[in-house]
Unconditional design. Structure first.
Lengths: 337, 337
DNA sequence: CCTTCGAGTCGAAGCGCTTCGATGAACGGT
DNA sequence: ACCGTTCATCGAAGCGCTTCGACTCGAAGG
């Protein structure tokens, strides 16, 4: 194994000089830098990560805590993870993969043992048990999603309020006057996720602003539940011409239920979905949709982390603007006779 | 930060004794062990990972190299990754996530810098450029999949030969006499993956053994290609009653093409798929299938790695037996009039 | 011309842990 | 009673790196 003293000897300098060439923390003459860099290349030198971590109290590793078993759409998680790894690498950091399973202890372990020097925590819930822990850990962290009490934490997510608004705005532009949001099953609203509520709030507020009639209905997954939801929707809102679906697993069944009810998309009903692009593209009628910008979230979270590690101030909350992609499922309202 | 000397002082022993309690590498009296463990608990001591790595030249981290952008079914990859992380944790190791993108350099980097002490490499291709590198790296590694020249490497995968055989055996038991394997697009056979060929070999050998007529056809993805493949298949093998599909993306289109050709599954045609269970269950007619045992592969690969790290001998090749799950798409051959 | 300063470099002191050899103590065998 | 063993523990020497203070030298400032 080649070490820093080997490089130093070959370049005719002291080990500390080599270190300074590597870190750039002190000025080095061009000539010396050159010789050192040459020696490094020739010897194929790589600093020993452990030694470095010990001496500098920086491991250059960030932890990524993933919900490896959750209901979140898996390919989206993957995109996110890929973005985190890639971005971390551009900042000379590596990524340690932790699962939600290990829970609190896992976080504490990697933090206390100085295995990592920052954390990215995915899938944060409204009342996430890890939040107090993260506060006390003394390591920079970024949360994907917003807990109820986010003060002093750095959080990032799609701006679901704006997403709700944007979907309504799109339908408004197309002339729709009566719209509905089909959301998550009731328990989700109660239990954990802030985003369901935020979407609904944006949706409702925008509808009011545009002077549209609007409704918000929860929807359980499964064809049976979808049919019931659609029945109820059409009964209670016979003039409905636009819906927004914020419920990936129920999306397919709902579309079939619309079909079953004799509604053609988009002729009779315009549909906007909140779902991954693949899903939107794969539907029988390609769906106008807003996707979770997973790659962007991943990239930005690492960037926030790096900023914090560098001692820079970062905003507590980062909300990424929704991007609505128009596809075939939305059309101007056909004036009903 | 609490360190080993703090624990030692509190327990009234020397640091080395604490270390030996932790590692179990020397015998310690029950009384002393007890006092030390108590102190550790009370102080909340965690050894500094870097210091440990430096002193012991073991980082207790394994690298997982994932193809984060590839065509491999993503949820299956996830399952695999989850199993790797979980199993690694049971052996007191953590997992560093690398992407294929970083390529050779990434492997060399984490190896040379002693960031990790072993590697799990997914998605190994027949002529994988990383193979020579892995040989020269001097770290234990486990490959998921088999390269052309696997000598001296530890590889693990589903036993595709046995899988081909098992599918045929299943159809044979049901009385089928003429079967076909619909495989990957032609380029796959040529380019990279050994498993396509191995499945075909097992399939053909078993068919011969059972005295069945058999054919192997490649199949490109997409509805168009699927229809052409099915047309050709029925034309060339009019007596066909069973097919095995080893091509996840083409599976849906193929089923539709069968339907379009007037074939009912399983009444007219029995279908066995090689695909994830979710996909098999989600089909219109739930498919009899063999799944890649991702979780098992992940677990076993880490176990192999740990054995190698412990200096134990491990087999070069580990082939996991296929498990065929019967669902609705296969049925006894209905004797044609 | 002497001081001051900054740029460039070195030496040495750790960072927190593991591990090796050494040291006692206890113990059974003769 | 003595010796060889084994068991339990300690002290000290690193592991390979970073970093702090100190030093030198030439240029700039008075």
């Amino acid at each position: 194994m080649v070490k820093i003293t080997d490089v130093a000897r070959r370049a005719g300098v002291s080990p500390s000089t080599v270190s300074y060439v590597l870190s750039g923390k002190r000025s080095i003459s061009a000539a010396t830098r050159h010789r050192v860099e040459e020696s490094i290349r020739e010897l194929g030198y790589r600093p020993h990560a452990g030694a470095r971590a010990l001496a500098s109290s920086r491991s250059n590793v960030v932890a990524l805590v993933m919900p490896l078993r959750s209901g979140v759409h898996v390919p989206v998680q993957m995109q996110f993870a890929a973005a985190v790894v890639t971005t971390a690498r551009t900042h000379d950091h590596d990524v340690l993969l932790l699962t939600q399973e290990e829970g609190d202890d896992g976080l504490r372990r990697v933090a206390d043992s100085a295995l990592v020097d920052a954390l990215v925590v995915m899938d944060v819930q409204l009342n996430d048990a890890r939040v107090p822990l993260l506060r006390s850990l003394g390591l920079p962290s970024v949360l994907i999603g917003f807990p109820a009490e986010a003060h002093g934490l750095t959080c990032i997510d799609l701006d679901f309020t704006a997403t709700g608004e944007e979907c309504v705005a799109h339908l408004a532009r197309l002339g729709h006057r009566s719209v509905a949001l089909l959301g998550s099953p009731p328990e989700v609203y109660v239990r954990d996720t802030g985003f369901a509520r935020r979407t609904a709030a944006g949706f409702t507020a925008a509808a009011r602003r545009y002077g549209m009639r609007s409704a918000v209905l929860p929807c359980a997954p499964g064809p049976q539940a979808a049919r019931e939801t659609v029945d109820r929707l059409l009964r209670e809102h016979p003039d409905l011409t636009g819906v927004v679906v914020h419920n990936e697993p129920a999306l397919g069944p709902l579309l079939e239920a619309f079909h079953g009810a004799g509604l053609r998309v988009p002729a009779d009903l315009s549909v906007v979905a909140l779902c991954p692009d693949e899903q939107a593209e794969g539907a029988a009628v390609p769906l106008t949709s807003v996707a979770i910008p997973a790659a962007e979230v991943g990239e930005r979270s690492v960037e926030l982390l790096m900023a914090k590690l560098a001692g820079r101030e970062v905003p507590d909350a980062t909300l990424l603007p929704p991007r609505l992609t128009e596809r075939a499922s939305t059309a101007p309202r056909t004036p009903t006779t």
